[in-house]
Design a protein around this ligand. Structure first.
Ligand SMILES: Cc1ncc(COP(=O)(O)O)c(C=O)c1O
Length: 365
């Protein structure tokens, strides 16, 4: 039995009729940009997250750039960002005029810590981008205690929970991506900025529409970056199911534990007792590439997402950190995503664990 890396279609199948009806409703209404679906989705997302404002934008990368600008980041500033993340987390910084300054992660959680952020702070630091990588929840309060505003990159953490609240409501602002494979995915590109700060929200609303409040006067050089009505309608149908899907992801992770995966590889560690809605289930092993080859032979989906960390990417050469990032180096070398979805069954988990065991690569360390 082969097991796919993820399964977005099975959870969506029961919603197909409702989605089709929503698409017809939007098309019949002939409003496609910044209309009632976007407005309603923004309200529903903000309420779900426990924040005052959500602002729909074109994608998660724009969301980061707009949020940084709305937080006052600009030329001459530095923004601390982890290197072990999807490239866009750092790519969003230079368009603001600021420099990304790379910090390390804890390889056990794949997230930044107060210590790794502190090591990257300078008097020019204007904000820290904290990535809730793979659905884990980085320790936002501990990082805010360092005295810098935190922008949460929550692209991979829809449905996760921490004791202080949901990712998206923990920092000065947060961003989401609704890329189709995300925990809450559109049928195309989409994103949002979330904040409880009225002024930041107002600036993001202006920035997404060419820097204008009223479409007559243009106060800022902004962007054309909007979530569209069809995507918002699709996301509205899905949002009420996000927690059930997140529970399914946590159940899938439990299946792996129950099948004994932790004896064979290092399992991802939730930060401070948070409850991740594992967007990706990423294990670590010293011989990750050999494990990948064995999984491939057994028909098990897998992927090394960030083998080359962001600070070593060619486009980031001007921002190379002065020192080493040992946690990043280890995570980049040893990580491997294995199948994860809201509907991964115990039998599928057993199949994956058997394939890992049959690879015969020994204990993780
Ligand atoms: C951590 C992270 N940040 C940012 C992004 C960018 O989002 P988008 O692809 O919607 O621009 C993604 C996903 O693609 C992501 O995983």
């Amino acid at each position: 039995m082969s097991v796919p890396l993820f399964d977005t279609s099975t959870p969506l199948a029961p919603l197909r009729g409702e989605i089709d009806a929503k698409l017809a409703e939007v098309i019949d209404g002939s409003r496609f940009i910044l209309g009632p679906e976007v407005e309603a989705f923004e309200d529903e997302l903000a309420a779900y997250l426990g924040a005052r404002h959500a602002i729909g934008v074109a994608n998660g990368t724009d969301a980061l750039t707009l949020a940084l600008r709305a937080l006052g980041v600009g030329p001459g500033d530095e923004v601390v960002v982890p290197s072990f993340t999807f490239y866009a987390s750092a790519e969003a910084v230079p368009p603001t005029g600021a420099r990304p300054v790379f910090c390390d992660v804890d390889p056990e959680t794949f997230c930044v810590t107060a210590d790794t952020v502190r090591a990257a702070l300078t008097p020019r630091t204007k904000a820290v981008i904290v990535v809730h990588l793979f659905g884990n929840v980085a320790p936002v309060a501990e990082i805010e205690a360092l005295g810098v505003p935190v922008l949460e990159d929550a692209a991979q953490a829809a449905g996760s929970r921490a004791s202080e609240g949901r990712p998206g409501s923990l920092g000065a602002a947060a961003t989401f991506s609704f890329f189709p494979s995300k925990n809450l995915g559109a049928f195309g590109d989409g994103g949002a900025v979330v904040t409880s700060d009225d002024e930041v929200a107002e600036r993001v609303r202006m920035l997404r529409f060419h820097g204008s409040r009223d479409k007559q006067t243009f106060d800022l050089v902004g962007y054309n970056s909007r979530l569209d009505e069809l995507q918002a309608g699709i996301l509205r149908v899905q949002l009420p199911h996000l927690d059930t899907w997140a529970d399914g992801r946590r159940r899938s992770a439990a299946h792996y534990r129950d099948e004994g995966l932790g004896e064979l590889v290092d399992l991802p560690l939730p930060v401070n007792g948070c409850e991740p809605a594992w967007h990706l289930y990423v294990i670590r092993h010293e011989r990750a590439d050999e494990l990948a080859a064995a999984l491939k032979a057994a028909g098990i989906g897998h992927k090394a997402y960030y083998r080359v960390p962001t600070h070593l990417q060619p486009a980031m050469r001007d921002y190379a950190p002065a020192g080493e990032l040992p946690g990043t180096t280890e995570a980049a070398r040893t990580h491997l995503a294995i199948p994860m979805s809201p509907v991964l069954s115990r039998e599928q988990a057993a199949e994956v664990v058997a394939a890992v065991r049959d690879a015969g690569l020994g204990r993780p360390h």
